[in-house]
Design a protein around this ligand. Structure first.
Ligand code: URA
Length: 250
């Protein structure tokens, strides 16, 4: 059947079969090794069975969005209202990466629409940046916003390593398609997904990192800043550094 659809099921040698759906997303065991559905380049992947993820490395924006919407690669799909793909202009020169959708994002299908998002929008506005994808806004002032996870973890718990690993190819393809001048990685899970680092934010901020050649600045997550007001000044320094790097990359 997969052959007939132009799909090949690839599984690493010795890998176990895809795990059966878990009863509860919170209790879903991390798959030890996960098969990947390989599609013909440009084809829209068929909805995957739990534990399988389509190969998205050649997809354009619409097919990528569709692949995310149909994703069942980990147990988080069982608890979501909808996936949260990303928002902003596909011509944006800035990319902001957060952690995962919360309750409001899960309901509305857009990242950062709750209190943390309002703070993020204010921080961006201070640099005359916006998620609005209007023609009047030049690409240098536009921001594309995405999360490391496209589905809400139950009760907003921290993302698990297997969930981050399953979702990373979606984010990687978003970066490839967008080709931003700068990535702002907010919080430790964005850092973990993009830099593979477990170091504290405080040790990583203040310098330029790279993700697949794109300059990347590390800063605090806005939800953290809402609870730790003194670090807002440091986050502002990070934004100013990011602005300088984006400008220099132009
Ligand atoms: N926090 C995130 O990291 N992302 C969102 O979309 C909302 C809150």
């Amino acid at each position: 059947m997969l052959d007939a659809m132009g799909l090949r099921l690839w599984s690493p040698a010795g890998a176990a079969a895809a795990p059966a759906p878990a009863a509860s997303p919170a209790a879903a065991p991390a798959p030890a090794s996960v098969p990947v559905l390989v599609t013909a380049p440009g084809a829209v992947p068929a909805p995957a069975t739990l534990g399988a993820r389509p190969d998205v490395s050649a997809l354009g924006w619409p097919a990528l969005r569709e692949a995310v919407a149909g994703c069942r690669a980990c147990g988080l799909c069982a608890g979501r209202t909808q996936t949260v793909f990303g928002t902003g202009s596909e011509q944006a020169q800035w990319m902001v990466v957060g952690e995962a959708p919360g309750e409001q994002e899960d309901r509305q299908g857009e990242p950062f629409v709750g209190p943390a998002g309002q703070l993020l929008d204010r921080m961006l506005a201070a640099l005359e940046l916006t998620r609005a994808a209007e023609a009047a806004v030049p690409p240098a002032r536009r921001v594309y916003i995405a999360n490391t996870l496209k589905c809400r973890p139950p009760r907003n718990r921290n993302p698990e390593p297997a969930e981050l690993a399953q979702c990373e190819p979606y984010l990687a393809r978003q970066v490839e398609l967008l080709q931003p001048r700068l990535i702002l990685a907010m919080g430790r899970f964005a850092v973990r997904a993009l830099l593979g680092s477990e170091e504290p934010i405080g040790r990583l901020r203040g310098r330029v990192h790279r993700y697949r050649g794109v300059p990347l600045i590390v800063t605090y997550h806005p939800a953290y800043l809402l609870r730790n007001l003194p670090d807002k000044a440091r986050a502002w320094e990070d934004l100013c550094l990011a602005a300088g790097v984006a400008e220099a990359a132009g």
